[in-house]
Ligand binder design. Structure first.
Ligand code: LLP
Length: 420
């Protein structure tokens, strides 16, 4: 459930017409609904009421400071994967003791920064990383809290690029090798073992792979107990999918109930790292149609809608062939004729599309379109390819809106470049 709806045939974000914002801000821009962000955070988090838990929002999904701040105010922590995300999370008001640090390639500088900040724990992904963390913590005269990220070799049944829990993926440490790493860590002077973690992939539409992974982690925790290693934090990662088109992902409450049922006999704090399920359907990309054209050269005629947003603004369709619903901001009549079109951007690549072979009503240049479900991995994956400045981000709260990131200028584009 989100707060992007037609009222009197005009698309609203909460109580604000989208076109009014476009008029003031210009296009393209990302538009988020605060009520939806809060509702989704709460829907996810409240499923775990009754057990010790901490929801750590996956910053990579949507990293704008104002949005992170919404979650900080709701008690949210952060799952980070870089020094930049640590910086953002702290600046947004997320308490360091609610920050966990995942990722296979943490640099020395990043580890130092996280130790200085006093984060809750590192999710360690390799034996060498453990050695590096110990070394830096020793240099700094402090103790690093760690969990190991276990690779449970479970098929999450999602897009290959976002499967992370298979043995062939680069993530985590195989269960069979993890025990010896825990034993190694136990002997290290500046390491405190506090947890175990796993994350098997993103946009999962079934609960079973989560449970299969959780059972493997639980078994492993049992093995650790035998070695007198006690786990305080069990981190199950993120990954709950959302509806883009016709997917049927589990409701967060059902997901939470299934997890809780598995963990009844365990005394530890559950950590969750949701990203997409919280922000995915809380944001859209608003774009203006520039031209329409029909190419008749091929076997069949091909219609195009050319918009002012492109693959640099939203890469998901190009990168994963991801489906995003596209709605005219002015609702078309139900009986309006529809044609099969490609909705494309201005970038000089055939891979620059938002939708292919999509049935759309007739649209005229100057009209606005809303690319839906862009709140996760939308702006955060955008770039300035083709020297296109990054677009603005806007947050609506009731009938008010605020620009939470200015559109970049041409001067921003060349900042830091040197002209001899
Ligand atoms: N925790 C870890 C360690 C992760 O690697 C990820 C996502 C998450 C949590 C959050 O997963 P979520 O709840 O959002 O599924 N760019 C891709 C998604 C990449 C996901 C990477 N890791 C996309 O646009 O579909």
């Amino acid at each position: 459930m989100n707060y992007f709806t037609y009222k009197n045939s005009i698309l609203y974000c909460e109580d604000k017409p989208v076109q009014d914002i476009a008029q003031e801000v210009g296009t393209p821009f990302y538009l988020y609904s605060k009520a939806t962000l809060q509702r989704h955070f709460d829907a996810f988090d409240s499923g775990f009421t009754g057990m010790k838990h901490q929801t750590c929002f996956a910053v990579k999904a949507c990293s704008n400071l104002s949005i992170l701040n919404v979650f900080a105010k709701m008690g949210g922590g952060a799952d980070i994967v870089s020094g930049g995300e640590l910086f953002r999370a702290m600046k947004a008001g997320i308490e360091p003791q609610k920050i966990i640090y995942s990722g296979v390639g943490k640099t020395k500088t990043e580890i130092r920064q996280a130790l200085e900040a006093g984060i809750l724990m590192f999710n360690v992904e390799s034996p060498q990383e453990l050695g590096r963390i110990q070394e830096i913590a020793a240099e700094m005269g402090c103790t690093a809290r760690v969990a190991f990220r276990i690779n449970p070799d479970v098929d999450p049944k999602t897009h290959a690029y976002i499967s992370t829990g298979l043995a062939k993926n680069k993530f985590g440490i195989p269960v069979d090798e993890a025990l010896q790493e825990y034993l190694r860590a136990k002997e290290m002077e500046n390491i405190e073992i506090v947890g175990v973690s796993c994350h098997i992939g993103s946009q999962l539409t079934q609960i079973d792979p989560f449970i299969e992974a959780l059972r493997k982690v639980k078994n492993f925790v049992g093995r650790l107990e035998q070695e007198d290693i006690h786990i305080q934090h069990l981190d199950l990662g993120g990954g709950v999918g959302i509806v883009y088109n016709d997917e049927q992902p589990p409701h967060p409450t059902d997901y939470a109930a299934a997890i809780q049922a598995e963990l009844q006999d365990m005394d530890c704090t559950l950590i969750l790292e949701p990203g997409r399920v919280i922000t995915g359907n809380a944001g859209i990309l608003v774009t203006e149609v520039q031209y329409t054209k029909v190419n008749r050269g091929g076997e069949k005629e091909k219609r195009f809608i050319i918009i002012d947003a492109a693959m640099n603004d939203l890469t998901r369709p190009s990168l994963y062939k991801a489906f995003h619903e596209i709605l005219p901001v002015q609702e078309p009549a139900e009986e309006a004729p529809r044609h099969e079109v490609d909705v494309v951007g201005p970038i000089c690549e055939t891979g620059d599309f938002m939708a292919r072979d999509r049935m759309m009503p007739d649209i005229q240049p100057g009209e606005l379109l809303a690319v839906m479900s862009c709140g996760a991995y939308g702006f955060s994956m955008s770039s300035t390819y083709n020297s296109r400045p990054k677009v603005a981000e806007v947050l609506v709260d009731g009938d008010q809106f605020r620009i939470i990131r200015q559109r970049e200028s041409y001067e921003d584009l060349v900042r830091g470049e040197d002209l001899p």
